[in-house]
Design a binder for this molecule. Structure first.
Ligand code: TXA
Ligand code: MG
Length: 347
């Protein structure tokens, strides 16, 4: 092991991946890259290892975990196999999105312990599109349970060094494999399969429109409020306050002409811009993070959580952040931002 501030971070090599697989097999936690955000990984078949995830994150035990598998052939390690005809048909429509930032919720395999699913009969499963994650999954003869590797309710990590610091979980892992900055920077899209359904449980890197096109249905019909009139069903972890920085986050409505509402009122205000802002405007802020020069939402998502973390570490009075249209990737970006702002907003 190396010394220094990031002693547990190792570059991804055949050797470190084999070591991580052995650590997982022995019941320990490790940090793993994926194309969305970094995961806090455990052997999904090992209930005592899975319990360590909840302790490390201070995560409510009622909030179930996503299980990662290496390939379609190994879906049966996590979900009931074969699925019923309805689920099979829905799965066929989206299966080529894997490996990718898509998670399905369906009936679980008997091998998945209650700890993973919060005792639900369903399980969330995905095949990540990241070479290191896939190599690690390949090296394990069990599936990997991995939530985002942050303390519960804080911003998800998108770089290996995000395991360190006040919201980090480094002290709970045996090693962290560095896979570079995550390509997407927002979590996977979660869709519940079955009847009624399919239902969107969390907007993510794959857009609602793209899924609706695959299923040949209207996007609106996939929203939980439409498919489940009686019990409004969302992913149990979708609390109103989530992804929260410690600093007050204020969302700027650029279509609102009343911009005086959001003028910085102290010199200790930071700014997250989705595209270049004027020098005049930048001068009014203590720090500015420009996520994309031209408002490209792929770039915005990619840089968003790291920028939030950097500004949150500055001890500012507030962070003012741009907003965008809630479609395509903007749906996931705005979902995260609204939850991140909820702690300090009224109601
Ligand atoms: O991109 C991602 O999905 C990342 C990477 C690491 O794969 N993982 C991730 O995990 O975002 P986490 O734990 O932060 O979010 C998992 C979400 C939670 O909102 C949880 O409630 C939901 O998935 N979930 C898990 N199992 C479920 C189930 N059986 N039914 C409904 N929702 C479920
Ligand atoms: Mg999370």
């Amino acid at each position: 092991m190396t010394d220094g501030p990031f002693a547990l971070i190792f570059p991804a090599t055949d050797e470190t991946i084999a070591r991580a697989a052995a650590l997982l097999a022995s019941g320990q936690l490790i940090g793993m890259p994926t194309e969305t955000v970094y995961g806090l990984a455990a052997n999904a078949w090992d209930s005592s290892a899975v319990r360590k995830i909840f302790e490390a994150k201070s995560r409510p035990q009622t909030n179930p975990l996503i299980v990662h598998v290496a390939s379609v052939e190994r879906l049966s390690d996590a979900m009931r196999w074969p699925p019923n005809a309805v689920v099979q048909r829905q799965l066929d429509a989206i299966i080529d999105l894997w490996p990718g930032p898509l998670t399905i919720v369906c009936e679980r395999s008997d091998r998945i312990p209650d700890e993973v699913t919060a005792s639900s009969s369903t399980v969330a499963v995905r095949i990540p599109a990241h070479d290191v994650a896939l190599a690690l999954l390949d090296a394990c003869d069990f599936p990997i349970a991995a939530p985002s590797a942050n303390r519960s309710r804080y911003v998800s990590p998108t770089q290996a060094d995000h395991f360190y610091g006040p919201s980090g979980v480094a002290e709970h892992v045996a090693m962290i494999i560095d896979g570079g900055p995550c390509q997407w920077g927002v979590e996977s899209t979660i869709v519940k399969l079955g009847d009624p359904g399919p239902t969107l449980l969390r907007p993510g890197a794959i857009s609602l429109q793209e899924l609706a096109d695959r299923f040949a249905i209207e996007p609106e019909s996939m929203l939980a409020i439409n498919t489940h009139q009686e019990s409004i069903l969302v992913a149990p972890g979708m609390m109103r306050e989530h992804y929260c920085p410690t600093t007050k986050l204020v969302l700027l409505d650029r279509s609102n002409s009343q911009t005086s509402d959001v003028e910085p009122t102290s010199s200790r205000v930071g700014r997250i811009a989705f595209s270049n802002i004027s020098a005049d405007e930048a001068d009014r802020y203590a720090a500015v993070e420009t996520l994309s020069s031209r408002g490209d939402l792929r770039e915005v998502a990619h840089h968003l959580f790291a920028a939030l973390r950097r500004l949150d570490a500055e001890g500012l009075d507030a962070i003012h952040c741009d907003t965008c249209q809630q479609n395509g990737l903007g749906h996931a970006i705005m979902d995260r931002l609204k939850r991140a702002a909820a702690r300090h907003s009224a109601g």
